[in-house]
Each structure stands twice: as structure tokens, then as C-alpha cells.
Design a protein around this ligand. Structure first.
Ligand code: NAD
Ligand code: UGA
Length: 461
């Protein structure tokens, strides 16, 4: 008989580990939950008395942390200690695309996962259930098991796959009411132990169990299907622009078909986020490694179309502004990859900005939740120009009215709700004439803006 789970440790206090463990602790007050990370600044921020300083911005997160932190939710940098005492260990570390060696630019980099496995093996002196929470290539559990069994202290390890499906910006709502929880594994008692934790608040029929490989693959496939819908509607947006159709009307009309459904058909300047591109590249890499070229090429198109969408938006800005943006101020509203998050990983804004900067545009950036340091870090990490040039060409403001003063154009790159309620008449008065708006999210009221005298372009019409 497996003993009751009373202590959980999660390695990785990021966008998944932090919110997921906060909710598990909130709903299971009898279980002690410890979230550990090597990043001391991140852990200090999780422990900050001032809840507005949490390292992640998510609506509703602060309340959950407030309820559970100090009671049965703890954040710490003592990774080894937390592993030693836990009955169940979640691995929730980052699995970015490899930037070196074999599979560079496509395969998932598993070095952080392997480090975790080796540390667990070294430290553990009692049986553990090890849960893959990170998104991993199919068959990673096999590698994990091999490391644990061959380097460990002779204790038993049961490996489960439990991928996370939360979306940023709605993480707490998604965790509180998931469409499903997926658990892949072989050992019935280990599966039951994990299921029991979720059963504290998730209806039993929403907890699915599969074999490990189906679970690992389902996570990659779910993201691939979601991203594919975005690329599909974005592809149609370009066709709408030349034919006089309106992409929102088309999305609405097809979404009424219950087989297609209305969600995830919102046109955009391109999807971003840390996962869609990474996970599809990973799927493509796996398919190629099994010589399934037709499968790989099919999924690769989702990414190629997304790159095309970002570039054609930037190109459209340049072309409309008389083929030169050199020295012209363009105000970028929104830097996060979607609204209600401070996460900027793979945000379309970064790539659109980079393209405009290559033409020597002067950018002013405003985002309600993203810091100036983050904007510069994102641009510097592309390596397209020197950090000094990025600072010469880009200014970051924390007031939208200051940001738009003297602009030739405004580009909307994130769908923050607040952009809708701005005093656009006031903004118009302080911009150069003609005043352009390029709406990459089809967010604003076209008729109102045209009546104010703006030259308004929205993607997909
Ligand atoms: P993240 O980068 O925000 O967090 C990962 C954390 O792990 C970092 O703080 C890092 O310091 C820590 N870490 C790395 N190696 C460590 C080690 N050996 N010991 C201790 N700490 C270590 O990443 P994330 O966005 O939380 O994503 C984590 C995983 O979850 C990825 O595989 C991702 O694909 C998957 N995922 C992410 C989301 C999302 O919305 N971000 C959703 C579902 C799944
Ligand atoms: C996505 C999935 O939705 C989650 O289920 C998954 O857990 C997560 O990836 C992950 O594995 O990391 P996330 O990237 O946080 O979540 O956010 P989404 O809401 O999926 O948006 C992703 C990108 O697509 C954003 O840039 C968004 O603006 C864009 N998008 C989304 C569109 O352009 N149109 C849409 O209709 C929907």
C-alpha cells in the first residue's frame, strides 16, 4: 500500500509551478506544499509581504497565495531539502527549444529536466512519486526512469505524466475549473494518489488517465491544434484583406458550426508565448526523427504562417507610411504576448518592433504590466543590433498619453482592455498628421476612430 501523500515538492517556481502549486495547496490544506527554485530573486518575490510584488502577474493569484502561504504553501531555495522530505515531487522546470548541437532550433532542451532527475536520485532515501508537469517530448519518462533507477539509492520511483493546460492570464480560473486533468502512468496506486489531490476540487469525470506516452504526446498535440486554429484564421485574414471579406464576420460564421466551435478564432498579429512555437517545433522534430516528413512538414506550416503574419504586419506599417519610417516615432501599445499577463516570451511585439527598428524607426513602447528592463532585454536577446542602439531607438513610457505624444503612428500589439477606453480624441490631437493606427488585434472601434480623423488599419479587413 502506498502511504498517504502529506508532503509535496515542486521544482520550478515559474508560470506553471507557482500558480499550480498555489491552487493545490489552497484546495488541500492538509498537504504541505513546497515550491523550490534555484532563482533566489524569484523565490524572494514569491515570499514578498507585498503581494503586488509576486514574480508573476495573474488575475486572482494574489488572493490564493495570501490564503495558503505560510499555512501549507512555502517557497524556498532549498531544493535538496525539499526533495528529501517529499512523498511526491513535481518537475515544473523550463524546457526551452535547444539553441545548440543536435536538434538546435527544434528539439526541446532537456538539460534542466535531467539535472532535476539526478538531484532527486542523489537525495532521495525514501520512495517517491515523480510527476512530469513540464511539457516534454514523448518518451521522456523512459529517460527519467533510467536516470533515477541507475543513479539512485535503491528506493522506488514511480513516474507519472501530468501535463498542465492552463493559459496565462486565466491561470487561476483554468486551474480552479479545468476542462480535464490528464494523468499518464503505469502504477495504479501512484495514479490514484495524484488523482486524489485533484479530486479535492475537480469532478472525478474530468480526471482522465492514460498510458504515459499518450499523456506526454497529448500535451504537444493540444498546443499544436490550438496554434493551428490561430494560424488558420490568420491565413484567412490576409485573404480577407484582398477580397473585401471581414475576418471577424468569417470567424463568427464558421464558429457557429458546432463542429468547428467559436473559440480560438480571434485574428491577431501572430501568436506568441513560451509554448506554442516551442511545442510545435518539438513535435516536428520528433516526427522527423521517425522519418515522418509529411507529418513534420504539415505542422511546420503553422509556424511559418505565424512568422509570415508578424512580418506582413510590420511591412504593412512601413508601406502605408510612404515606404519610410526612418526617424519617425511609432508608438507600440502592448508588449506582452497576450492581455492580463506580464509574460513577453516570443511575443509578436518583439518581432514587429525588431523589423521596424531595422528601418530605423523611433519606437515608444507602453504596456501596463511590462517593465522597461524587460523590453530592452527582449530586444537585446535577438542580437539584431547593439544594446546601445536599442536604447537609442526605443523609449519605454508608463503613461499611454505621454507615449503617444508626437507619434506618426500607433501600433496595437496586445489586446489589453484598457486600450479601448482611452481618450482617442486627445491622442489624435497630440499626434502628427496624418495619424495612423495599425490595429494588430482588431481591438478598437473603427467607425469612431475614422470619425476622429485617424487613418485606421485593422488586420483582416
Ligand atoms: P519558467 O521558466 O517560468 O519556470 C521554470 C523555473 O524552473 C525557473 O524559475 C527556473 O529557475 C527553474 N529551474 C530550472 N531548473 C531548475 C533546477 N534544476 N532546480 C530548481 N529550479 C530550476 O517556465 P514555465 O512557463 O513555468 O514552464 C515550465 C514548463 O511548463 C515548461 O515545460 C512549459 O512548456 C510548461 N507549460 C507552461 C505553461 C505556461 O503557461 N507558461 C503552460 C503549460 C505548460
Ligand atoms: C497556451 C494554451 O492555451 C494552454 O492550454 C497551454 O497550457 C499553454 O499554451 C502552454 O502549454 O504553455 P498561453 O500560451 O498561455 O496558453 O495562451 P493562449 O491563450 O493559448 O494564447 C497563445 C497566443 O495565441 C497568444 O499570443 C494569443 O494572443 C494568441 N491567440 C490566441 C490568438 O491570436 N487568437 C486566438 O484566438 C487565441
Amino acid at each position: 500500500m502506498m502511504k498517504n501523500i502529506t508532503k509535496i515538492t515542486c521544482i520550478g517556481a515559474g508560470y506553471v509551478g507557482g500558480p499550480t502549486m498555489s491552487v493545490i495547496a489552497q484546495k488541500n490544506p492538509a498537504i504541505q506544499v513546497k515550491v523550490v527554485d534555484l532563482n533566489t530573486a524569484r523565490i524572494s518575490a514569491w515570499n514578498d509581504e507585498d503581494l503586488s510584488k509576486l514574480p508573476i502577474y495573474e488575475p486572482g493569484l494574489a488572493q490564493v497565495v495570501q490564503e495558503a502561504r505560510g499555512r501549507n504553501l512555502h517557497f524556498s531555495t532549498d531544493v535538496a531539502g525539499a526533495i528529501a522530505e517529499a512523498d511526491m515531487i513535481f518537475i515544473s522546470v523550463n524546457t526551452p527549444t535547444k539553441t545548440y548541437g543536435k536538434g538546435r532550433g527544434q528539439a526541446a532542451d532537456l538539460k534542466f529536466i535531467e539535472l532535476c532527475a539526478r538531484q532527486i536520485a542523489e537525495v532521495a532515501t525514501s520512495d517517491k512519486i515523480v510527476v512530469e508537469k513540464s511539457t516534454l517530448p514523448v518518451r521522456t519518462a523512459e529517460a527519467l526512469k533510467s536516470i533515477l533507477d541507475n543513479t539512485g539509492n535503491g528506493v522506488n520511483f514511480h513516474i507519472l505524466s501530468n501535463p498542465e493546460f492552463l493559459a496565462e492570464g486565466t491561470a487561476i480560473a483554468d486551474l480552479h475549473a479545468p476542462d480535464r486533468v490528464l494523468i499518464g502512468g503505469e502504477h495504479p496506486e501512484a495514479i490514484a494518489a495524484l488523482a486524489q489531490i485533484y479530486e479535492a476540487w475537480v469532478p472525478k469525470e474530468r480526471i482522465l488517465t492514460t498510458n504515459v506516452w499518450s499523456s506526454e504526446l497529448s500535451k504537444l498535440v493540444a498546443n499544436a491544434f490550438l496554434a493551428q486554429r490561430v494560424s488558420s484564421i490568420n491565413a484567412i485574414s490576409e485573404l480577407c484583406e484582398v477580397t473585401g471579406a471581414n475576418v471577424e464576420e468569417v470567424a463568427h460564421a464558421i464558429g457557429k458550426d458546432s463542429r468547428i466551435g467559436p473559440k480560438f478564432l480571434k485574428v491577431s498579429v501572430g501568436f506568441g508565448g513560451s509554448c506554442f512555437q516551442k511545442d510545435i517545433l518539438n513535435l516536428v522534430y520528433i516526427a522527423r526523427s521517425y522519418h515522418l516528413d509529411a507529418v513534420a512538414n504539415y505542422w511546420e506550416q503553422v509556424i511559418l504562417l505565424n512568422d509570415h503574419q508578424k512580418m506582413r504586419f510590420a511591412e504593412h506599417i512601413i508601406k502605408t507610411m510612404y515606404n519610410t519610417v526612418n526617424g519617425k516615432q511609432i508608438t507600440v501599445l502592448g508588449w506582452a504576448f497576450k492581455k492580463d499577463t506580464n509574460d513577453t516570451r516570443e511575443s509578436a511585439a518583439i518581432y514587429v518592433a525588431d523589423h521596424l527598428l531595422a528601418e530605423e524607426a523611433q519606437l515608444v513602447v507602453y504596456d501596463p504590466k511590462v517593465s522597461a528592463e524587460q523590453v530592452y532585454r527582449d530586444l537585446d536577446s535577438l542580437g539584431s543590433r547593439t544594446p546601445a542602439d536599442n536604447r537609442r531607438l526605443v523609449r519605454v513610457e508608463n503613461d499611454p498619453y505621454i507615449a503617444t505624444a508626437n507619434a506618426y503612428a500607433v501600433a496595437i500589439l496586445t489586446e489589453w482592455d484598457e486600450f479601448r477606453s482611452y481618450d482617442w480624441e486627445r491622442i489624435k490631437k497630440q499626434m502628427k498628421k496624418p495619424s495612423f493606427i495599425f490595429d494588430g488585434r482588431k481591438l478598437l472601434d473603427k467607425i469612431a476612430l475614422v470619425n476622429l480623423g485617424f487613418h485606421y488599419y485593422a488586420i483582416g479587413e
